[in-house]
Design a protein around this ligand. Structure first.
Ligand SMILES: [Zn+2]
Length: 478
């Protein structure tokens, strides 16, 4: 009897008969992830045990329980082995190429930005360094489960090339600043560079081109208004540092009323829903109201803020008032990590210390900030940040077999307080598996390592001398 049925089934399949639910009649899926604890980060923050995520090409086409497995004809199935399957994390503020300088300037230098960073950059930055360093940084990000990063730097075309080689998604903002810099001999040369870059990458599936005016105290009112007008016309984001230091109001030129940086940006008419404000530490309730009204996003960088002793942002207040807010690391000299794992616990613990309240910023809220919150901050929530039908397939698998991941009663708490980058086993961006079992699949990792070693050897001696000078130099900031 059994033989007869299988014979009939075979005949039916050969003849293409559709009355049986045969494999041929099922909708196609390029990739299915099964057997995962699926953190969806949808509006109900649904968590699916033994869940399945179905991807076709670059898009998520189904999320649900294991019954989905029999409903698709999958080209490839990955068994998550009861690991945590979640949206790729979003790092909302970075200066990734500075990874070439990671670990330098740690001698206790006062006014490190002006006495060390800027001289180091002016001497050692190049197009080639930016490309090589971005490749390293993007590998670091992919191996730690960040699938989208927002960045403010120079030669963003090189960054875009490197980012795409690794396979990550990024919002790349060309820096506009009142000094000559590596890619612009004239002050504010980034304006022109940025427009060319936006033109070249406007329709790229992975790169969102942007402007990055450095800050209100390093870019004039007129240039900020010009950037605002162009960004409106081209519909691109504007990334900017705001309220990172306590003395910014006094340093803004053309600020006779001594408005706060947020109020000043509002006053000159540039605070809008294309802006992403990095840091927002020194902001009061009036500033928070203005940010909320404008629809601007906020990048909360708790670890960099702590390391730089710049202050504790009112992140809990902004979270409660539902500002579009995500997590960032700031550059690799500011927190020495580009991944978000340590930032996750800082995000919660700094707020708990500040408010003397252990009940706030619970792990589920922190993971929200690291995923859909980050997507909202970058104005990309329609596209990324959660595992939902129709969104781009940016997905990571975090294994739960290692000793540090056990027990795993509450996956949100496991992620925030136990996990580290090495627990990320697989990273998928736009439907492509860019890292699997810790191995990069698209970029030549050995070539990246070789080039970074050469850069390190070139910089080491110069950096030592610079540190000696910087320690004794008077503050340039005043
Ligand atoms: Zn920054």
């Amino acid at each position: 009897m059994r033989v007869k049925i299988s014979l009939i089934t075979t005949l039916m399949l050969i003849s293409g008969c559709s009355s049986f639910a045969s494999k041929d009649t099922l909708p196609p899926a390029s990739l299915i992830i099964k057997n995962g604890q699926v953190i969806t980060m949808n509006d109900n923050k649904q968590l699916i045990k033994n869940g399945v995520v179905v991807i076709n090409n670059d898009t998520i086409i189904a999320v649900g329980d294991h019954s989905l497995l029999s409903q698709y004809d999958a080209q490839r199935i990955i068994d998550a082995q009861n690991g945590i399957v979640m949206p790729g994390m979003v790092n909302t503020h970075n200066h990734l190429p500075m990874i070439a300088f990671r670990g330098l300037g740690e001698e206790g230098i006062e006014n490190r930005l002006f006495a060390y960073f800027f001289p180091l950059e002016s001497k050692k930055l190049s197009r080639e360094l930016i490309y090589q360093a971005t490749r390293l940084g993007a590998i670091d990000l992919a191996q730690s489960g960040v699938t989208t990063f927002a960045d403010m730097y120079y030669h963003v075309d090189e960054m875009a090339k490197a980012t795409k080689e690794v396979g990550l998604r990024a919002v790349l903002g060309e820096t506009v600043i009142k000094f000559p810099v590596v890619d612009a001999k004239q002050p504010y040369g980034g304006l022109e560079y940025g427009q060319q870059f936006i033109n070249d990458y406007k329709n790229d599936p992975l790169i969102t081109p942007a402007f990055a005016p450095h800050a209100a105290y390093t870019v004039s009112k007129q240039k900020l208004q010009q950037i605002n007008a162009i960004s409106k016309k081209l519909n691109v984001p504007v990334l900017i540092h705001v309220g990172e230091f306590g003395n910014e109001s006094a340093r803004i030129s053309d600020n006779p009323k001594q408005l706060s940086p947020v109020a000043w940006l509002h006053d000159i008419g540039v605070l809008d829903n294309r802006m992403v404000l990095a840091h927002a530490i020194h902001v009061d309730q009036a500033d928070i109201d203005l940010i909320k009204q404008s629809g601007a996003g906020v990048a909360y960088n708790p670890m960099a803020n702590a390391k730089g002793a710049t202050g504790i942002a009112p992140a809990w207040e902004m979270y409660q008032q539902q500002l579009p807010m995500g997590l960032g690391t700031d550059g690799p000299m500011s927190s020495n990590q580009v991944d978000l794992w340590r930032t996750l616990s800082y995000a919660a613990n700094m707020q708990r210390l500040k408010h003397n309240d252990r009940t706030i910023m619970i792990p589920e809220q922190v993971i929200e900030l690291a995923t859909i919150g980050g997507a909202r901050a970058l104005h990309m929530e329609d596209k990324i940040g959660s595992l939902e039908v129709g969104k781009k397939a940016d997905v990571i698998i975090v294994e739960t077999q290692s000793a540090n991941m056990m027990p795993n009663y509450n996956p949100y708490a496991t992620l925030v307080y136990q996990a580290n980058p090495s627990n990320v086993s697989t990273t998928i961006v736009n439907g492509n598996i860019i890292m699997e079992q810790r191995q990069m699949t698209q970029v030549d990792s050995a070539d990246v390592t070789k080039n970074i070693r050469a850069i390190e050897a070139d910089i080491a001696e110069f950096a030592k001398e610079l540190a000696k000078q910087a320690i004794t130099s008077p503050s340039l900031m005043k």
